[in-house]
Structures are given as C-alpha cells and as structure tokens.
Design a protein around this ligand. Structure first.
Ligand SMILES: Nc1ncnc2c1ncn2[C@@H]1O[C@H](COP(=O)(O)OP(=O)(O)O)[C@@H](O)[C@H]1O
Ligand SMILES: [Mg+2]
Length: 282
C-alpha cells in the first residue's frame, strides 16, 4: 500500500504471518504478532465476532488493538489502491490511521499509534485493517465513568472542556467527541485523552467557531444531558468560552443551540467546519 508510505516511515519494523502484515514502530512491539495471529485463528473457527478492539499482551508489550473488517468490495479496493470515497476523504479506518499519526505529531492528548496492519491474501484486496496503539492502563472511558457512583458531573465536564481546549491549541478538531471517546484516569481528571480519531480535522479548520459549537453541543447530546440540566451546562460552556478570545459567539451559538438537540451525520459535521453551513434537512 504505497500511498501509506509517509505514515509507514514511523513504523519501519515489518512482521507477518499468513495473510497478516504488521508495520510497527520498533522491534520490541513485534511480540504482538503472535497474540493477534492466535486471535485470528480462533476467530476462523467461528467462536469470535469480527471487528474487535481490546488490550492484547505479547511477552513484553501491552497494546490496544482495534480491527476493522472492510465489508464491501468497493471499500476493499479503495483501501488497497489508496483511493478516496466519492464524497471525499478516505475510508474511516484509513482516516483514523492518518489522523492518529498526525494528531500525535502535533502533540495532541491521544494515545500514540504504535503500528498498523492489514490482512491480504496475495494480490487480493485488503480485507481487514488493524490499528495498534498504546494501551491506556489506569484509564476508563467517559461512558463508563458517567455510570459510577463517585462521578461528579461538573468535575468531569471541567476535564472534558480542558481536553477540548487542548485539542484546539494543538489544532486537532475531533468531530465525534462524546463521553465514550474520552479516556480518563479517575485520579487525574485534568489530564484526559481522546480516542477514535476517524472523524477529525487536523489543522486550523476554516470555521472553528461553528466547529466548537458542534463539539460542546455533541458532548451534551450524547449522555451528558442525562446528568445535568441544560441551563447549568450552558453556563459552564459560556464560562469556558472566555478562554477562546477569537471565537465568533453568534456563529458558535447558532450551531450550539441546534446541535444540542439534534444528531447530525458525519458528513454534515465535516461540511460544517469547511463551509460554516449546517444543512439539517436533505
Ligand atoms: N488506547 C486505548 N487504551 C485503552 N482503551 C481504549 C483505547 N482506545 C480505545 N479504548 C476503549 O475502547 C473503546 C472503543 O474504542 P474506539 O476507538 O472508540 O472504537 P469504536 O470505533 O469502536 O468506537 C473506547 O470507548 C475505550 O473504552
Ligand atoms: Mg468510539
């Protein structure tokens, strides 16, 4: 997959077994090949579902492995040949791979990608992709944290808002920033990290105010709204906005007030930060 060369440079260590190839950051990570191969063999016998993510341990390494099966032939062909989708952008797992590397290079609070891989039989198209990153031990995700009796919603939100702010400073705009994609160490709520970077814009998006309006709204819409009333959430958001002096409050508000109550598709989120327009219908 030649088009991934600029990314492959970070992963110069290549290992393989059967139809599986892994490109890894260092020789020390290569011990992950065996447990992944064992998992695939087990799955072959039909006992495990496809597309899994979780912690895997080699003799020395402990890594988080996410696998994505490419279901359709067009998707397999695009990923193999490095083509983009008709609506623009790479297929999600390729976008996630690229965004993860780019975000890390910009110093964003994300787990480091340690390698990637794919399954491909001979010259047939790639069937499945693997993303391998640092395992965030001591962390839980925000979805889980919100169910815990000791959770305090405002402390959680201060941490999450600090995360949005840090991503802003590092110029990483995450368009799927809900509690399930936020990782936190319960002992250190001020140092959260974000995962699942498939739908991200890396760099300074043309419409940051609208993008921020979407991010704060989306966090509320998925889960957080069950834990805090809306007026209180608004107050916390408006206080947090004081740290963004260049923000256009009118455009922020337009998107924020709409998206707090309405799901918008991944494509529309992307259009929003590129054009500033939010097409809710059609
Ligand atoms: N590097 C990591 N270390 C530990 N757990 C992780 C890591 N990345 C993701 N997770 C956990 O796995 C879950 C699913 O990962 P995610 O990347 O969000 O995949 P999906 O596309 O399935 O939502 C997350 O909600 C989180 O609980
Ligand atoms: Mg996720």
């Amino acid at each position: 997959m030649r088009y991934l060369k600029p990314y492959q440079q970070d992963f110069p260590y290549t290992v393989g077994h059967g139809d599986l190839t892994l490109h890894l950051d260092e020789e020390g990570s290569a011990d992950i090949l065996e447990p992944i191969s064992a998992l695939l063999a087990q799955r072959g016998s039909g006992t495990l579902r496809r597309g899994i993510s979780g912690c895997m341990s080699g003799v020395r390494s402990r890594l988080f492995v996410k696998t994505v099966e490419l279901e359709s032939l067009p998707s397999r062909l695009r990923v193999t040949l490095g083509r983009q989708r008709r609506i623009g952008g790479y297929d999600w797992p390729i976008a996630e791979l690229m965004n993860s590397v780019d975000a890390w290079r910009q110093g964003a609070p994300v787990p480091r990608l340690r390698g990637f891989g794919y399954r491909r039989q001979g010259l047939f198209p790639v069937r499945e992709l693997f993303l391998i990153s640092d395992m965030l031990d001591e962390h839980v995700d925000g979805r889980f944290w919100l169910t815990q009796p000791q959770m305090q919603i405002e402390a959680f939100l201060q941490g999450a808002f600090a995360l949005i702010r840090e991503l802003y400073e590092k110029q990483v705009c995450h368009l799927d920033l809900w509690a399930g994609n936020i990782m936190l160490d319960p002992q250190r709520l001020d140092a959260m990290k974000v995962v699942d970077l498939e739908n991200c814009y890396i760099g300074h998006p043309p419409y940051w105010s609208e993008a921020l309006g979407f991010q704060f709204a989306f966090l509320f819409l998925r889960l957080v709204q069950n834990h805090i009333d809306e007026a209180r959430y608004d107050n916390l958001v408006y206080a947090a906005l004081d740290q963004y002096p260049g923000i256009d409050r009118v455009n922020f508000e337009r998107v924020y007030s709409l998206c707090k109550h309405q799901q918008i598709s991944r494509k529309k989120r992307r259009d929003l930060l590129l054009t500033g327009n939010l097409q809710l219908r059609g």
